[in-house]
Each structure stands twice: as structure tokens, then as C-alpha cells.
Design a protein around this ligand. Structure first.
Ligand code: FHN
Length: 471
């Protein structure tokens, strides 16, 4: 009978997997890899966990306002507002003169925040290039500032040990050949030229700034781009051959059916999932085991400099909680900043960099190299496992009124030791409340920031108790 049941189960499994295979479409320009990249560059990316995003360009001059009126959208999009004539916007570069731009200071701020990588907008949707590209005149070289912005930035950040990634928008409102869709043969010819321009600029960036670690693509949702999966596929391969190890998220690619991020067989394209913008996954199942990154604004939806921030402005504690959540779900978290037109940061941003940095100085060990722990989520916060070890950090963001933090160990795990990360010698004695279940008492005195408890565990043995393990 037992043998019969096994045979039936095997048959069902076989039928199921061949049905799945049948549902799989043959794709020439779909994902070329199954699972995450395993090389050293990607392994490094996975340990960085905290990044800094910078949106900077001529839009900073307007700060989201034009002729006394305030634009309701994201400030870097102001050119698309009917109150802002294109001709006015397209001449802003004649005033772009960030005399207080100090890349060394920017890099120190980022280091002070605890950022291990940064992403800079080399060119946003408006097409203005912060480097002196030889393929267009709409660049920093035509501004009163004239000097390259990107080179000194890459050098300064690298000097502080921070990896640099280059944001590059495919949308280019300034380029005469850029199209959203191709309606006529003439459109196709123009867009063909545009694609060569894109490829040239990307090659130029890699040649000029050889230490960069990757590209961060954006503006790839138009039909013109997503209906040419072959081009984005070939471009990705070309760039990665040119610069071995280069990291490119899922936004660049489309497959031949126009599917973006995930191909038509639902496999991730690119090196990590790049769709988490101003939102984060709720649970581990949401990321399907893929590498991923979340990018976050401090106000609701402003990336470039906006003089009047409105709505909810995230506090440092909120950002730290998001960082802990991202790390606990195996992703990187990137906080965005929009410097002013003169090259300085607004005080609210400096404050958040400093406060996040103060927290990271004490608790960074829970974040860098951290990932999913495999413990049942609890309402007090997030578990983070130092990759490949039995050290599990509890980042506590909400202490219950009882002052007791529930910890439920996964099967075959033993709790050996618990101690506050900020004070390793102050060992905590958890109260056992059930098989493999504990309360860690932390009291409920008011606290000003999330705090971290380090659990030393051991796995592989049968479920044991804290007391037993210590004898
Ligand atoms: O439209 C842009 C926006 O301005 C900003 O650059 C963000 C950053 O992730 N990306 C776009 C929208 O997806």
C-alpha cells in the first residue's frame, strides 16, 4: 500500500512538472540565469545594505517652484508641468553654478551616515549630463560651472571606501531622437539613432569612471524601449563584457514580449530586483529569494531638491526601521537626498545622515552582512542573521507595554546567549515560556531609538533549552 502511494505521488509530481514545463515559453531575451549571482562583486553588494541616493541636476534650481507657483509633483519632474515652459527649463543650465559643491564633504557625510555605496544621477529624465559628455552639448561643460561633477565625486567617495553606482535615465526629454513610442518609420529611424547615443554614453561613462560598480537604470517603461527586448538584452551583455563584475538591476531589461523586471516566465532579469521604490516588501515570501534593493525618499515623493517639503517627512528612526526591515528580508536600503543648486545639503538631510550614522556606529554590526534569519516574525521588530553564522540580531523598534519580547526559535535551534549589542557584557537571562519559546525582558522605560539584542544560537542539535545549553 505504502509503495502504491509513493508511486502515485511520484506520478502526480511528474505530471505537474511537465505541465509547468509546457507553460514555459521559449525566450531568446528572457533571464539568462536562474537564481542569484554568486560572484565576488555581487557577494560584496549583498553585504553593503545601506546606500545613499543623490538626485541632482538643473531641476534643483527651481526647487519645485516656478514664477511664484508651487508644483505638486516630484521636483525633478517640473519640466513636465504646464506652468513651466520647456524653453525656460531648457535654459536653466545657463544658471547652474554649484560653487559650494564639495565632493569630499559629500563623501564624509555619506561615510558618517554609514552608507557603503552611493548612486548618483549622471543624467535624469531631462537629459542634462553632470559629466562633460562628448555626445551632446547639454552637459555640465556648457554651464557656468563647466567642471566635471562626476569624476571628483567618484574619487572622493571611493577614497572613503564607498562604492559608486551611476544612475542613468533612458528617458531623455532633451534628445531630438528620443520617443515614447514608434508610430512611423521616421520614428523608428530616429530611435535607432537614439539607441546608439545611449550605448555611446554608457560606454563613455565606464571609460571615464572605471572604478564604478554598476549602473542604476530608470525611465525604461515607454513602449519604444520595452518593445525592443533584444536591444536591452544586448546592451546589458555588452556593458558587462566591457566592465566585468558590473551590477545592473532589473529595470534595464525587457524580454521580447515586452515584460519588464521579470520575463514572461516570471524569472528575474538583471542582477537584483529593482522595483522597490518608496515601498518595501512586507514579508520574505515577497522577494522570492531574489537579491533586491529598496530606494526611499525622506518626504513622500521628492527626489530632487524641493524647497518646500510637504506632507509626512520621515524621521531618522523611521528610516532606521526601514533599513532593519530591508536587511531582515535580505535586501539593501537606499536613502535619497536632493542637494540644493549651490551644492550644499538642506539641514533636515544633514540631520538624518548624522542621526542614522550615530545609530549605525553602535548597531551597524547587525546590518552589514545581515540577512534573513528564518525566525517567525514578531511585532517588536526584525530578526537579522549575520550571513553564514548562528548570530541573530533582534532590532527592536516597538516594545510591548509588558516589556517582554517574545522569541520563538526555529526547530533544531538552541539559544546559547542573549546580550545587548551596545553592551555585550550585560548578559540577559531569557525566561523560558514554552518549548523553544522565550520572553526577553527589556522593561518599558521610554527609548529614543531602536535598539539591538544579539542572540547567539546553535543549530543542528535537537531543540534544547537556554538553561540546558548553558550547563
Ligand atoms: O521618475 C523617476 C523619479 O524621478 C526618481 O528618479 C525615481 C527614483 O527611483 N525613479 C523614477 C520613477 O520610477
Amino acid at each position: 500500500m505504502k509503495k502504491y502511494c509513493i508511486a502515485v505521488a511520484l506520478l502526480i509530481a511528474q505530471l505537474y512538472s511537465s505541465a509547468q514545463e509546457k507553460d514555459t515559453i521559449a525566450l531568446q531575451h528572457g533571464a539568462h540565469r536562474s537564481g542569484n549571482r554568486t560572484d565576488a562583486d555581487m557577494a560584496r553588494w549583498r553585504t553593503l545594505r545601506l546606500g545613499q541616493f543623490i538626485h541632482w541636476g538643473v531641476y534643483a534650481i527651481t526647487g519645485g517652484e516656478w514664477k511664484g507657483k508651487t508644483y505638486n509633483g516630484a521636483a525633478e519632474w517640473i519640466r513636465s508641468w504646464k506652468e513651466m515652459p520647456h524653453a525656460d527649463y531648457d535654459n536653466l543650465y545657463k544658471q547652474f553654478n554649484p560653487v559650494n559643491y564639495n565632493p569630499e564633504q559629500w563623501a564624509q557625510y555619506a561615510k558618517g551616515m554609514g552608507a557603503k555605496y552611493m548612486i548618483i544621477t549622471t543624467k535624469h529624465h531631462d537629459g542634462f549630463c553632470l559629466w562633460p559628455s562628448k555626445y551632446t552639448r547639454y552637459t555640465i561643460a556648457s554651464s557656468p560651472y563647466r567642471k566635471d561633477i562626476i569624476g571628483p565625486m567618484v574619487d572622493a567617495y571611493n577614497k572613503e571606501g564607498i562604492d559608486v553606482y551611476l544612475y542613468f535615465s533612458i528617458i531623455d526629454w532633451n534628445h531630438p531622437d528620443w520617443r515614447t513610442s514608434l508610430k512611423t518609420p521616421a520614428d523608428s529611424v530616429a530611435y535607432g539613432r537614439f539607441k546608439i547615443f545611449v550605448k555611446n554614453q554608457l560606454q563613455e561613462l565606464l571609460t571615464r569612471y572605471p572604478t564604478v560598480k554598476g549602473f542604476w537604470f530608470d525611465g525604461t517603461w515607454d513602449d519604444s524601449w520595452k518593445n525592443d527586448g533584444a536591444f536591452s538584452d544586448e546592451l546589458e551583455q555588452y556593458l558587462q563584457q566591457l566592465h566585468p563584475g558590473l551590477i545592473i538591476g532589473s529595470r534595464l531589461r525587457a524580454d521580447e514580449k515586452g515584460a519588464r523586471h521579470f520575463d514572461s516566465n516570471n524569472h528575474l532579469m538583471g542582477d537584483y530586483e529593482q522595483g522597490w521604490e518608496r515601498k518595501l516588501p512586507e514579508k520574505y515570501a515577497d522577494v522570492h529569494g531574489n537579491d533586491w534593493e529598496g530606494v526611499m525618499t525622506i518626504p513622500e515623493n521628492q527626489w530632487g531638491y524641493c524647497a518646500k517639503w510637504a506632507g509626512h517627512i520621515k524621521s531618522s528612526n523611521e528610516l532606521i526601521e526601514m533599513l532593519a526591515r530591508s536587511t531582515s528580508l535580505g535586501g539593501n536600503f537606499v536613502i535619497n537626498f536632493g542637494p540644493k543648486p549651490d551644492g550644499t545639503f538642506r539641514s533636515e538631510e544633514i540631520q538624518r545622515m548624522q542621526e542614522t550614522g550615530s545609530w549605525m556606529k553602535i548597531n551597524g554590526n547587525a546590518i552589514y552582512g545581515g540577512g534573513y534569519a528564518g525566525f517567525d516574525k514578531q511585532d517588536w521588530g526584525y530578526y537579522i542573521r549575520k550571513a553564514g553564522t548562528d548570530s541573530v540580531f533582534m532590532v527592536v523598534c516597538n516594545v510591548p507595554v509588558s516589556g517582554n519580547l517574545r522569541v520563538k526559535l526555529p526547530p533544531h535551534t538552541t539559544l546559547l546567549k542573549a546580550s545587548p549589542l551596545a553592551q555585550p557584557s550585560a548578559e540577559i537571562t531569557p525566561e523560558m515560556i514554552g518549548k523553544n519559546e522565550y520572553f526577553i525582558q527589556v522593561g518599558n522605560a521610554p527609548r529614543t531609538a531602536p535598539f539591538v539584542i544579539l542572540l547567539q544560537t546553535s543549530t543542528g542539535a535537537e531543540n534544547g533549552s537556554f538553561e540546558k545549553a548553558r550547563t
